[in-house]
Design a protein around this ligand. Structure first.
Ligand code: MN
Ligand code: MN
Length: 258
């Protein structure tokens, strides 16, 4: 819940989106013009045609997504499902920029089929990340999530994206007008065996982090960056978990994991 301007969800929470990846709600902000929402079999996202990166990517994760197909080889992929009048970024927009092509849905999290894995290499799942972040605390949180998801019957709902400077002038640009975030957020809702999306309660464990997009942090621990969901909502402008009943939402978004 993002007070006060977006506090429109009913006490019961907004109706669930049909995509499993949006079972926690479709994150929204006060400027819907730059939110092009895409629902894929493997994840959902909102694409920003000004920044040429996703605003957020949202996905369900449990052990069934993990398999043994090899990692997609070759270049990252243009997303042909974007409207024709959008700039479709490609692999080379990041080449020589000094930034990694940072997956939101991690390649290893979609290894059941070759198609699933390939989908994580679409540029609509990618943001520019410094290598020290991508291979440092961001990776260690991904590994932590893998461990949680592989615990029998546990189910995660993950939302991740960039946080940008207030003005375009202050924002670093690479390639064909690709905006570089100053930091990254991730929210992870952890459900226990037998629980479904409707069972989110005030006691449901949630991880929330904001990590700076900078060099020199490769040795840092992921849990040094824990924040509340409220903090992520404030910094990103998005209301997350809108499908969760309002009273529960208020409680879990203010709680910092220990
Ligand atoms: Mn919220
Ligand atoms: Mn990565």
């Amino acid at each position: 819940m993002l007070p006060p301007t977006s506090a429109t969800a009913s006490a019961m929470g907004k109706p669930a989106d049909p995509s499993i990846h949006l079972a926690m709600g479709v994150p929204t902000d006060d400027s819907p013009d730059d939110d092009y929402v895409m629902r894929k079999p493997q994840y959902a996202l909102s694409y920003n045609s000004t920044r040429n990166v996703p605003n957020w990517v949202s996905w369900q994760l449990d052990e069934t997504w993990f398999g043994s197909v090899p990692r997609h080889k070759g270049k990252f992929l243009e997303d042909r499902d974007l409207p024709r009048d959008f700039k479709r970024t490609n692999h080379d927009d990041y080449t020589g920029s000094g930034f990694d092509r940072g997956h939101m849905v991690r390649s290893e999290e979609r290894t059941r089929t070759a198609d699933d894995n390939r989908s994580t290499f679409l540029m609509t799942n990618i943001l520019p990340q410094y290598h020290d972040l991508n291979a440092g605390p961001w990776l260690r949180l991904e590994e932590h999530c893998e461990k949680l998801a592989k615990r029998e019957g546990q189910q995660l709902f993950v939302m991740a994206g960039g946080i940008f400077p207030r003005t375009k002038r202050a924002t670093q640009i690479i390639g064909r007008d690709v905006a570089v975030p100053s930091s990254f957020f991730k929210i992870v809702v952890i459900l226990q065996p037998g629980q479904g999306p409707k069972d989110v309660q005030t006691s449901t464990p949630i991880l929330a982090v904001i990590m700076p997009n900078e060099t020199g942090i490769q040795d840092h621990k992921w849990d040094d960056y824990q924040v509340t969901v409220d903090e992520i909502e404030k910094r990103s402008g998005y209301d997350f978990l809108s499908a969760v009943p309002e009273a529960v939402q208020r409680a879990i978004e203010a709680r910092r994991a220990d």
